[in-house]
Design a binder for this molecule. Sequence first.
Ligand SMILES: Cc1ncc(COP(=O)(O)O)c(C=O)c1O
Length: 380
Amino acid sequence: MRKKLKSKSNFIPVNTPKIFGNEKAYVNKCLSTGWVSSEGPYVKKFESLFAKYNNRKFGISVSNGTAALEISIKALNLKKGDEVIIPAFTIFSSILCLLKQGIKPVLVDSDSNNWNMDINEIIKKINKNTKAIIITHIYGFPVNMKKVLKIAKNKKIKIIEDAAEMIGQNYNGKKCGSFGEISTFSFYANKHITTGEGGMILTNDKKYYEKCKSLRNLCFGTSGNRFNHDDIGWNYRFTNIQAALGLGQLENINWIVKRKREIGARYHNRLKNNKNIIIQDIKKTYAKNIFWVFGILLKNRKFKRDAVVKKLLNNNIQTRNFFYPMHKQKILKKKKIFSKNMKLPVAEYLSKNGFYLPSGLGISNTEIDFVSKKVNEIIN
Ligand SMILES: Cc1ncc(COP(=O)(O)O)c(C=O)c1O
């Protein structure tokens, strides 16, 4: 995969997955037995093992993390105009699931200490129309969500925990993805566990489980006629082949989490003395950084992000810019979703000055050392 991305053989892609366990054997079994669609036996097995790993009762596999969010929002049965709080600094999927269903997104700024949603801003934005909060963990640390979970419980505000980037992470000793009514995950190639494309919804609530399962599968009729459908759903099914890959990956989750932290710590040690950048801590009181990606935030205005990433690319190092905030998205401006003067300074600073380094499981220590050396040379 690495060489195909660019012809230069020493090119370091922003992500390379690592597939090294029983994945091939399980996928081959799908092919030799003919169980290739969503009906195959690996699907249920993967759902139940993934739920168990995250201390949840039920798992519903879906075609990707975006679909997981879309289904989860629909399962909450919100009304048009209800408000849902999301971060401004996140993937576009966080807002799509709301806009497509007529739900009003309410944005919160980021916390400069951890690049996640600012807890105090969440609390300020809660009002009588707030029906849910999507708690989205970004890049490495979980949202420090204790206070918010408590308020949400008191006010009967639903929580969807988007743990796409946090597979294997803990918050105060409990698995990320085990909080709130529903949690969602992605298994895209840059996630800790990959199934190529894929996603998962977890819940402890049988009612949400049944609803999400139905929404994933066209809401086929349950009162006699299968083709007389119960609701407006999607075909967001997950295949046996994807589940086969996922099972192989899940068997190595402890190694994966350990290696993610090693990659992060190695970069951290090599970059921590660079005064021109901000990097994330290794640990907070509530969590150890899992370093889904290793982010760099330019501190010194002398350095411009686009020029820096271009220089890194000239050294065969691929990077990815940080997310672009929701209130600045051109399509959302055109649709007048947010007020023109909205200012969310931390999210804006992150998106303008941040990028991340190659951080996938396939990276070697030699490559990390080379990337760090170049970062220190270029941002100096
Ligand atoms: C926090 C978060 N949520 C959701 C998604 C969407 O997942 P997918 O790409 O599988 O649709 C992503 C993707 O990177 C993400 O980072």
